[in-house]
Design a protein around this ligand. Structure first.
Ligand code: BES
Ligand code: ZN
Ligand code: ZN
Length: 486
């Protein structure tokens, strides 16, 4: 379901705002017909996250708090938008009034639109009696800036949120229906619809290209692997080239090093990196950044069929390096090794990969923050800034060279696991073996890709984390200095 946003100067009389966004300061002495005492009775002070419903002319209206004027953030507007979407999901059309918050700028409006769209998201593909949100159109009266700037910000927010919900749909689809073949087909369809160049590599293409990591992980499956390649070429002269890589394990059973029942339950989300990459690509033609962006998503499940990769087997990756597989559940790094090697061959200005790579990262940083690692400080800084602008939080972890000896192997160039401690870092260091001096960064999104609850703009299930950040990165991309990669 997509929501249409309409920036208006004033709301039509009959429609008058259903939702008034207010700051602490704007409700100090009451609000409209509501007296100070009415607000006090409802304990409504305009704090962020507070909502007060009240009837007027036979309709239920709501005051939505944003906190103090001088501490307005995009997160607060996104969360307020989600609250509005949840509160008014039974209506097809609402008016939202931001005129009491003149400090709200274009980026705040974009966040509001994102929140309203995302807050209405429900995954209903397999529910026979699912109730989708009815919200189709929102008229937003904003207090400041021109109407066209406001409209543009709302439109961008709508496009970004639509992409993020597309990622959620892919993630929430079970591993048995969204197989690697199906994932590639859907990704290709999404790419073609958006006007991207599309190439689907089948098993023969993958074997011919020597993608031994992807083939090795796929060996336990009856369903063949795929590698999806999408390319966005701007209509104007491209100012730089960027490659997105996403982990596309459609279901991670762990292979012969099988997972326990509990941690296996959510493993359909092990393709969240791939989903975020595909979804972000889908938004580029509409937003038209003047950069070339290529996406590579290796896809397979990690199963334990009769000819599955055995612990002790050695795989040869695209760049010629060999890996002894001692734990078949550390499979993400094996398929990413191939994809990163391939990505580097085309010499893009920078690479970023997104992967639900390690439980260790989720334990270290929790459910809302991704681990950020990489070989180039300038590129890492650009990702931090995109993170700040999009509120998709990241935290940098080091890649200490002296940890490399943890994954030395006696039979191959390396093994696929290190010591039990610092697992997010050893995984990052293994990936680093497959990039050259190309500025590269890795986001371990094992924590924030899944939500256990419906809080804020999230719905229980796949979150689509990374979509906003990737789109922002593409828009603001400037080639980092390659010679400073280390
Ligand atoms: N897909 C998992 C990582 C994961 C775990 C993501 C929990 C989300 C939640 C990955 O393939 C994996 O199993 N990693 C192992 C690595 C270990 C065997 C070195 C892990 O994290 O336990
Ligand atoms: Zn695994
Ligand atoms: Zn995995």
């Amino acid at each position: 379901m997509t929501t249409n946003f309409n920036a208006v100067r004033v709301l039509p009389k009959r429609a008058k705002a259903h939702a008034h966004l207010v700051c602490v300061e704007s409700v100090k002495g009451g609000f409209g017909d509501l007296t100070k005492a009415d607000l006090a009775n409802a304990d409504f002070r305009g704090e962020a996250g507070q909502v007060m419903s009240y009837p007027q002319d036979g309709r239920m209206l709501a005051l939505v708090g944003l906190g103090n004027q001088d501490s307005l953030t995009t997160t607060k507007l996104r969360n307020a938008g989600a609250l509005i979407a949840k509160k008014f999901s039974h209506l097809a059309w609402i008016g939202a009034d931001l005129q009491d918050v003149p400090q709200a700028s274009a980026r705040h409006l974009q966040a509001l639109a994102e929140g309203i769209s995302l807050g209405g998201y429900r995954f209903l593909a397999h529910k026979t009696k699912g109730k989708p949100s009815k919200l189709k159109r929102i008229d937003v009266a904003s207090g400041s800036g021109s109407q066209s700037t406001a409209q543009e910000a709302l439109n961008v927010g709508g496009v970004v949120a639509r992409a993020q919900m597309l990622a959620r749909d892919l993630i929430n689809e079970p591993g048995g229906t969204l197989t690697a073949v199906e994932f590639a087909n859907r990704g290709a369809e999404i790419g073609r619809e958006g006007g991207l160049e599309v190439r689907v590599w089948d098993k023969d293409d993958i074997a011919e290209a020597g993608l031994g990591g992807l083939l090795g992980v796929n060996r336990g499956s009856t369903i063949p692997p795929r590698l999806l390649e999408l390319t966005y070429v701007p209509t104007e002269q491209a100012q730089g080239s960027l490659t997105f890589v996403g982990k596309g394990i459609v279901f991670d059973a762990g292979g012969l090093s099988i997972k326990a029942a509990q941690p296996m339950m959510t493993m359909k989300y092990d393709m969240s990196g791939g989903a975020a990459v595909i979804a972000a690509m889908s938004a580029l033609p509409e937003l038209a950044p003047a950069k070339k962006v290529r996406a590579l998503v290796p896809m397979t499940d990690n199963m334990l069929g009769g000819d599955a990769t055995r612990p002790g087997d050695v795989l040869k990756i695209r760049n010629g390096k060999t890996i002894e597989v001692l734990n078949t559940d550390a499979e993400g790094r094996l398929i990413l090794a191939d994809a990163l090697s391939l990505a580097c061959e085309a010499k893009p200005d920078a690479i970023i990969d997104l992967a639900t790579l390690t439980g260790a990262c989720a334990i270290a940083l929790g459910p809302k923050i991704a681990g950020l690692m990489g070989n180039n400080d300038e590129w890492i800084e650009a990702i931090r800034q995109a993170s700040d602008r999009t509120d998709e939080r990241v935290w940098q972890l080091p890649l200490p060279p002296d940890y490399v000896k943890q994954f030395e192997s006696s039979v191959a160039d390396m093994k696929n696991i290190g010591k039990p401690q610092g697992g997010a870092i050893t995984a990052g260091l293994i990936l680093k073996e497959f990039v050259d001096d190309t500025p590269w960064a890795h986001l371990d999104i094992a924590g924030p890709s899944w939500s256990d609850s419906d809080e804020d703009e999230l719905a229980k299930g796949g979150s689509g984390f990374g979509v906003r950040l990737l789109i922002d990165l593409a828009k603001n991309f400037r080639a980092p200095n390659r010679s400073t990669s280390r």
